[in-house]
Design a protein. Structure first.
Length: 90
């Protein structure tokens, strides 16, 4: 989870064309691979915020974000609240 994996890396690992991989994933799951991975990261981040005392920066790093501000923006887009506000309202 801490490491970002690109579609190109997955394509090489599973010996499939990137375009084919994206199309197949969307056909099966109804969403893009990138959107699925981002949603999964945000769900994991919310769990860490609920269940640990990790700092926001530590949570961001744990789910693959190098920038705390980019993490906070992504989290707000997913949950309509910033990570620190999310934690306060638990």
């Amino acid at each position: 989870m801490e490491q970002r994996i690109t579609i190109e890396e997955l394509s090489r690992q599973y010996l499939i064309n990137p375009t084919t991989l994206k199309a197949a994933f969307k056909a099966v799951y109804g969403t893009s691979l990138a959107a699925h991975m981002k949603k999964h990261r945000m769900e994991q981040a919310a769990k860490l915020l609920r269940e640990t005392s990790m700092s926001i920066a530590e949570v961001a790093a744990a789910v693959g974000y190098e920038s705390q501000s980019k993490f906070a923006t992504a989290f707000k887009n997913q949950f309509s609240v910033l990570p620190n506000a999310y934690r306060k309202h638990l």
